[in-house]
Design a protein around this ligand. Structure first.
Ligand code: ZN
Length: 344
């Protein structure tokens, strides 16, 4: 992966046709066992701070390597296409794509879920659950030798600080942001989760989330995703996307922000190749080359849909109050059961 990312950085930095469209930077450097790893970010398209943004991340959990590989693959295709595809160039004059393909390089290269300090980056933000979380799994501060360790109180790990700064700098003034964070875990289905993790209460973008979901269902009726709030599974302390959502809305209350997590169901890979169960990596990743390639192909439709939905975000966000209210009611009914909740 290091070589693959390095190749992309070279491709962007050389004096070529991508020069006007893409820039690459380093948002942080982490050290582990005498080695230093860089965390790169790629920014593509419009630099207008108010333009809509797709913010894509992979490799938050190092062992779920397929997440970083998928982010890299989507990024590479985009860069290759930008060289010749004038319709894509046109699209990117109206929107921005920000990609952090590998947030936790120490975890990735050392086959660890956590970072070099044994902290689970998805449990490490200051957000505290307001309802009961599952023992250990929901995040804890007992000991770093146990999984799902949250790290020290009141300070985020370097990787999360770098992500926070990069996210707020690029998305802080945007009218409409979708972020997607690639993970893999148990289950047969590919799930798209949206906030919150710290409470079962509906998040404030429920009308827009419902409008976005309906648009996806209408456009691609046979899509493969199960779309649901993260809190349908279990609650978490320190979810970084809860934190970024709350912070962005505080800074820019008028913005629309949908933070999505793609949890790729790994049982489909394990089912076809049960021996994978005996390898720690195999539980979370497709091992056979052709299944990895199929995974790359599988999510292109969603990626393309998100870019187009951002370009035309007015079509699903600028509704009159009556339609907005209908989306709100339908969202509540669909994801939270019938609840007596007023639109925000
Ligand atoms: Zn994960």
């Amino acid at each position: 992966m290091q070589d693959d990312l390095q190749k992309l950085i070279k491709m962007v930095d050389q004096d070529g046709p991508l020069k006007n469209w893409v820039k690459s930077e380093t948002i942080g450097e982490v050290s582990f066992k005498n080695k230093t790893y860089r965390i790169p970010v790629f920014t593509i398209g419009s630099m207008d701070p108010e333009h809509p943004i797709l913010f894509m991340t992979g490799g938050v959990h190092g062992i779920e390597r397929v997440g970083a590989q998928l982010a890299w693959s989507l990024l590479k295709t985009t860069l290759d296409r930008l060289v010749w595809d004038t319709s894509l160039q046109e699209l990117f004059t109206h929107i921005r794509l920000v990609v952090v393909p590998l947030l936790n390089p120490v975890g990735y290269y050392n086959f660890k879920r956590c970072n070099g300090n044994d902290v689970d980056l998805m449990r490490n933000s200051p957000v505290v659950a307001v309802e009961k979380t599952p023992f250990l799994l929901g995040g804890h501060r007992y000991s770093k030798i146990l999984p799902w360790y949250q790290g020290d109180v009141g300070s985020m790990e370097l990787e999360n600080k770098a992500l926070y700064d990069c996210f707020m700098k690029s998305c802080g003034l945007s009218r409409c942001v979708i972020s997607i964070d690639f993970h893999s875990g148990f289950g047969m289905k590919d799930r798209l989760w949206f906030p919150h993790s710290y409470t079962r209460k509906p998040f404030s973008e429920i009308a827009e989330m419902h409008a976005f979901t309906r648009l996806l269902e209408k456009t691609h009726p046979y899509h493969i995703y199960k779309i649901e709030p993260q809190s349908d599974g279990y609650l978490l302390n320190g979810d970084i996307w809860d934190h970024l959502f709350l912070e962005l809305k505080l800074k820019n209350p008028k913005s629309i922000y949908l933070p999505l997590t793609l949890e790729m169901g790994s049982w489909t890979w394990v089912r076809k190749n049960p021996l994978q169960l005996f390898s720690r990596q195999g539980i979370f990743n497709p091992i056979k080359e052709h299944r990895l390639k199929r995974t790359y192909r599988r999510h292109h439709l969603l990626y393309d849909f998100m870019l187009k939905a951002l370009r035309s975000h007015g079509a699903w966000t600028d509704h009159d109050p009556a339609i907005q209210q209908r989306h709100f009611n339908s969202g509540i009914e669909r994801w939270y059961g019938k609840q007596d909740i007023q639109a925000p």
